[in-house]
Design a protein around this ligand. Structure first.
Ligand code: MG
Length: 403
């Protein structure tokens, strides 16, 4: 077998869906036509990741054996001394996924095959339904049910808490205002309504988006117990981890956590103490497919299932990496799905995206991840480094808070 050496490492920036800056790493090799692609998407600070890839990863990786995936990951993670932050983890992830892609292509095998084959043929996914009122929400839930989806995350207006009756001081500071008390009162009514309209057959999820104080999150968990959620997502912020045992004991509501995690110390206690039911890290935020596989295996020992983060700010290569993980992980739980593969601009830029049939995601049998990028088309949709407005979140009195 010829030696496969890295000859170039670069970042491809594209935003076919405005507002979601996608970063794809491309690693070229000394073998003609053999290259790998990976997802390094940190939408909100994408230029910082591009620099980490094109300055630091490039000089570290050129000349290395591209098929030594594990060693390359260890070198990338250990060589900066300071580690486990979102910028470097995303840069590492893009390269890690690209190395898996190269290994798969060099062996003419899809990555799910390299990882021991499928334990299921397709991956159940959940979709996000929100509405400004019950009628609009019902319409969107029904539309998903009609398309064959069985798992639906229900929210009021994005993540809720938007009300006309904000008690704010004069000359409010610019930002997106959120009323936690209005949100708390509304969510139990939302689920009472959805259960009464759609019955027990549909699986319901909800995302708190870490927007409540811990004691308010405890109150909400108790209120939601009668509606038998599939899971409640991000009920606490990562900074309030010591509240998990209290939340766990408050009610029999399955708990999901992790999309903001970067450091293993954030998830280890939640898993080994069985305080959560689903781990839902953003794969590129934890360093890529290599650490995600290790995390899934760790979770299996504690009966914690996977629910990897799958929003619009993950590239189709990242979504496909989620699907390959899901297909090969016995303790898989559910996959978040944003449906970006249906957008014609995304189809123009990315070829071979995971397909949805019957409410489930399917991988293709192409070597590697099976997803390609058209760089000419990608260049038609430039990224935008300006600050997203929804992340400038404020309480009614004007205080800046986590979004
Ligand atoms: Mg979430």
């Amino acid at each position: 077998m010829p030696e496969i050496r890295v000859t170039d490492v670069r970042a491809i920036e594209t935003a076919p869906m405005k507002g979601s800056n996608l970063i794809v790493v491309r690693i070229d090799t000394n073998q003609p036509g053999l290259f790998g692609l990976g997802c390094a998407t940190f939408t909100q600070r994408h230029k910082a990741v591009v620099t980490a890839i094109e300055v630091y990863m490039k000089q570290l990786l050129i000349g290395r054996d591209a098929t030594n995936v594990q060693d390359n990951f260890q070198v990338m993670m250990n060589s900066s001394y300071w580690r486990n932050g979102p910028v470097l983890n995303n840069a590492i992830s893009g390269c890690d996924m690209a190395f898996w892609d190269i290994l798969g292509k060099s062996l003419n095998a899809p990555i799910w095959k390299l990882w021991g084959g499928k334990v299921r043929d397709a991956v159940p996914v959940y979709r996000h339904a929100d509405g400004k009122d019950f009628a609009q929400l019902d319409e969107r839930v029904q539309s998903y049910l009609d398309q064959g989806y069985q798992y639906i995350r229900c929210q009021f207006g994005g993540y809720g808490g938007k009300t006309r009756y904000l008690n704010s001081p004069e000359n409010t500071r610019p930002g997106t205002y959120f009323d936690a008390l209005s949100y708390m009162r509304g969510v139990p009514k939302l689920f009472e309504h959805v259960r009464s309209v759609f019955g027990e057959e549909v699986e319901l999820l909800h995302d708190v988006h870490e927007r409540l104080t811990p004691v308010d999150a405890m109150w909400l968990v108790k209120q939601l117990e009668p509606y038998r959620l599939f899971f409640l997502e991000d009920a606490l912020s990562p900074e309030q981890g010591h509240w998990w045992p209290k939340l766990r004991d408050a009610a029999a509501v399955p708990l999901a956590m992790g999309e903001l995690f970067n450091n293993p110390m954030e998830w280890i206690p939640l898993i080994q103490n069985r305080w959560i039911d689903y781990i839902r890290c953003h794969i590129s935020q934890i360093g890529g497919a290599t650490p995600a596989r290790a995390l899934a295996a760790q979770c299996a020992l504690f009966d914690v299932r996977t629910a990897w983060h799958g929003p619009g700010d993950v590239s189709p290569i990242g979504h496909m990496a989620n699907v390959h993980l899901d297909l090969t992980t016995p303790n898989f739980g559910i996959q978040e799905w944003c449906g970006m593969e249906q957008d014609p601009r995304v189809q123009e830029v990315f070829q071979g995206c995971a397909a949805i049939r019957g409410g489930m995601a399917w991988a293709n049998d192409n070597p590697g991840w099976g997803v390609d990028i058209d760089e000419k088309a990608a260049a038609k949709y430039p990224c935008d480094a300006s600050q997203p407005a929804w992340l400038l979140s404020r309480l009614p009195d004007g205080t800046s808070v986590k979004a």
